[in-house]
Ligand binder design. Structure first.
Ligand SMILES: Cc1cc2nc3c(=O)[nH]c(=O)nc-3n(C[C@H](O)[C@H](O)[C@H](O)COP(=O)(O)O)c2cc1C
Length: 346
């Protein structure tokens, strides 16, 4: 039975990584095969040895146990379990991850007051869409602990949790676990009726459905958005490409976006400065693109941005360190003010 738990966990991990049920079953079996077979053979040998004990009861016990382990490890594991998983498919394998609490908030009364006084961007009216007290927290930076956008999303998640006791969080890390880009199967899955999908199209559609469900269940959504090579990380582009799906996020008849009414808060970080009048004004194509990219779904992002983040680590930008520090401080202040009215009401 332990084999089965081990195997199913591995299959589920693969499913989460790939979004392809058949491949997840195949890879899960492949990766666990040696360990389980070796362990089973050892147990068969040990129980088999009881058959030589000369004691009738022990002999019977040994033969029965050796047969049971053999059947469990080689017939149930290699034939029955994969067949059942394959038949049940994505709905079974795609059981959503347990909600993960976000890190504790870094805020105190002083920061709250400063936020109020700063006149930071006002939060839009509370959505009239009925959603659970649930946050979707997405990171995409490739810079690990040095990441500024991760620092900002973590702070925002902490502030939200403090203002929403009992709130739950789904976390997705596009930087550590990139989604597959839309390939021809994913593209065709959007043009062919789901009932007529090939297995590959169905797998891509299942992943799209899962990603859109994550958004549907949440309000607000926090997205960490770094600027890499003057644009958004390709992982964020892949996420947006999956989000745009006729029938799921867009009404095919009216073209109305079906994900509206949620607060999509983007915590952006960029190494340079792109303010009006600077030499590279307009070169930040991440912040310019995202509202257009998601517009058809009804989502309308609002941005809190820290810029000149490279000033601290780039000697030629040393003169911009004060501006960078000010930009980061302003972003943090705006984050601390995001759910102030909710906290007061709670
Ligand atoms: C691969 C890579 C490419 C980058 N390209 C740009 C760029 O084109 N423009 C810019 O302003 N900063 C650029 N940067 C700097 C990042 O925007 C900056 O480090 C920012 O803080 C990224 O967010 P993060 O810290 O959350 O990863 C780049 C950084 C990396 C690692």
């Amino acid at each position: 039975m332990d084999y089965e738990v081990f195997l199913v966990s591995r299959v589920h991990e693969e499913w989460q990584r790939r979004g392809d049920a058949s491949a997840a079953v195949r890879e899960g079996l492949g990766h666990t095969g040696r360990v389980i077979s070796a362990a089973a053979l050892v147990m068969v040998a040990v129980f088999g040895a009881f058959a030589l004990s000369g004691n009738r009861t022990l002999e019977l016990f040994g033969v029965l146990m050796a047969t049971a382990v053999f059947l469990d490890a080689f017939v149930i594991r290699m034939v029955l379990l994969p067949a059942v998983l394959e038949l049940l498919g994505p709905p079974y394998l795609g059981v959503p991850a347990w909600p993960r609490p976000a890190p504790a908030p870094a805020r105190d009364r002083t920061t709250r007051r400063r936020a109020r006084d700063s006149g930071a961007e006002a939060r839009p009216r509370r959505s009239d869409v009925t959603m659970a007290n649930h946050l979707l927290h997405i990171d995409s930076s490739i810079q690990g602990d040095r990441s500024v956008s991760r620092r900002l999303t973590a702070r925002a998640a902490g502030v939200w949790l403090a203002a929403h006791p009992g709130g739950t969080v789904t976390y997705r890390d596009l930087g550590a676990d990139p989604l597959p880009h839309l390939d021809s199967d994913g593209g065709l899955a959007r043009m062919v009726a789901p009932a007529e999908h090939t297995p590959a199209q169905a797998a891509s559609w299942a992943l799209t459905t899962r990603l859109i469900d994550e958004v549907r269940r949440a309000n607000p959504i926090l997205l960490g958005l770094p600027v890499y090579n003057f644009g958004a990380p390709s992982t964020v582009k892949a996420w947006v490409d999956h989000l745009v799906a006729p029938g799921l996020s867009v009404d095919p008849a009216t073209k109305e976006g079906l994900l509206g009414g949620r607060d999509l808060i983007v915590l952006a970080a960029r190494g340079g400065g792109y303010a009006p009048g600077t030499p590279r004004e307009g070169w930040d194509h991440a912040e310019q693109w995202l509202p257009h990219g998601v517009s058809i779904t009804g989502l309308t992002p609002r941005f809190i941005t820290a810029e000149l983040t490279l000033a601290d680590v780039t000697p030629e930008m040393a003169a911009f360190k004060p501006l960078a520090a000010e930009s980061l401080r302003a972003a943090e202040t705006a984050i601390d003010a995001l759910w102030e009215t909710d906290a007061v009401a709670a």
